[in-house]
Design a protein around this ligand. Sequence first.
Ligand SMILES: Nc1ncnc2c1ncn2[C@@H]1O[C@H](COP(=O)(O)OP(=O)(O)OP(=O)(O)O)[C@@H](O)[C@H]1O
Ligand SMILES: [Mg+2]
Length: 469
Amino acid sequence: MSEQQQARILIAEDEANLRLVLQKELERLGYRVQAAPDGEAALRKLEESNVDVLLCDINMPRMDGMELLRRVYQRPNPPEVIMLTGQATVETAVEAMKLGAYDYLTKPYSITELDVRVKQAADKRKLRVDNVRLREQLARQSALPEIVSVSELMKEAIRLIERVAPSEASVLITGESGTGKELVAHAIHRLSSRAEASFVDLNCAAFQESLLESELFGYEAGAFSGAKGRKLGLIELADGGTLFLDEVTELPAQLQAKLLRAIETRTFFRVGGVRKVEVNVRIVAATNRNLDTVVNDGVFRSDLLYRINGFQISLAPLRERPEDIEPLARYLLKNIAGTHPPELTDEAFTALRAYTWPGNVRQLKNCLERAVILSNNGRITLSELPPEVTRPVVAVPVQQGVAPAVNGEALVPAAASSAPGSLREVERQQILAALEQTGWHRGKTAEILGISPSTLYRRLRDYDLERRR
Ligand SMILES: Nc1ncnc2c1ncn2[C@@H]1O[C@H](COP(=O)(O)OP(=O)(O)OP(=O)(O)O)[C@@H](O)[C@H]1O
Ligand SMILES: [Mg+2]
């Protein structure tokens, strides 16, 4: 008995004789067959059992074939439907096909003919079910493949991501530069019901105010000189999907007000536009700034913060989860160099684990990219790691007035020896060391530290390092 002939059939037919004959003949052909005298009874059977093919008469008491068909399609994973029709109802059968029925058969039909159609319909359903199952399997496998998380801190973050992603809540991701905020934003989108729609990202620190506004909201022709035609803004391009506002606290005040209104009313105006545009976006935002500080300083509106901070995921800096360094290094090396990446020596691993990584994962990645290029004989030793990693600046609290020492011999785990209050100082010293190394070239300094130029500029401002040189 072939697989198709195991297919499960439900016959909905009010004429008792015909129903019995059909059932007998189909059973003889090896199908598993149930029968119902009207639409309602058929629907009950469908609730109770899994059916591959529904044979559906059109004229039936209580619930006719068309109504049954509509109800069937409201259910998840419906069977394939073949309409059984008399000459008088052919047009209705065609209508049924438009609604999604697989086929129709006009009475009288031979059992052979019926067998062929049922087989085809069962095959189609099997393909459909297999397809759904494979896609679900694939989605599970590739859900979060690239977020390395060995530490409890990262595992907890992953748990939060998986929980919040399927909801519609806005999410604010906080964490130092290079901790993986953008990666997490992508993951949230991919695990959400909006995954098939677009993920649009905007770096709020990357443009000046006027440009940012037209990037975000678009503009109408003639909105300003040079605006020849209408341009759609990113918020509109993200309709139905996710809008990722990176470095959201850098948004200028006027735009914060506009964004707040757009989120609250789900409508906005294009620049120079008079017509409201409706939009349905989920906001995911990120910042590496301290939220209390930006709100207290009046840099960021608290009402906007409440709106986008429906759910917060904070990513710990790498120095607080050193267990992640080794698996991250292995993962990143594979990504950089393919299936046979150079191997890190034990000393190199020790150095990576001991370093404080002010630029977090991005800095680790940059460091490994450089090391791969420099590596010999498939090995990465201490010599291929940058000096700031192999000779870390030892954190010495400034209030003691002692100049930071550079330790060339032993590897000093600076993070371990530093009190929380001195972390800023560690970072300041790392930045200073990188600045000295590049002759105060800011682009190169940002690169070494693995942070974006805009983050570096902010740090220079924060640490009052701007006026040097
Ligand atoms: N847990 C992780 N597993 C794998 N890769 C990671 C992880 N965290 C970060 N990365 C990688 O590190 C790099 C920096 O991450 P990302 O750009 O997401 O950081 P960010 O927090 O957005 O930084 P910034 O604040 O500077 O924009 C990316 O290449 C990212 O893929
Ligand atoms: Mg980022």
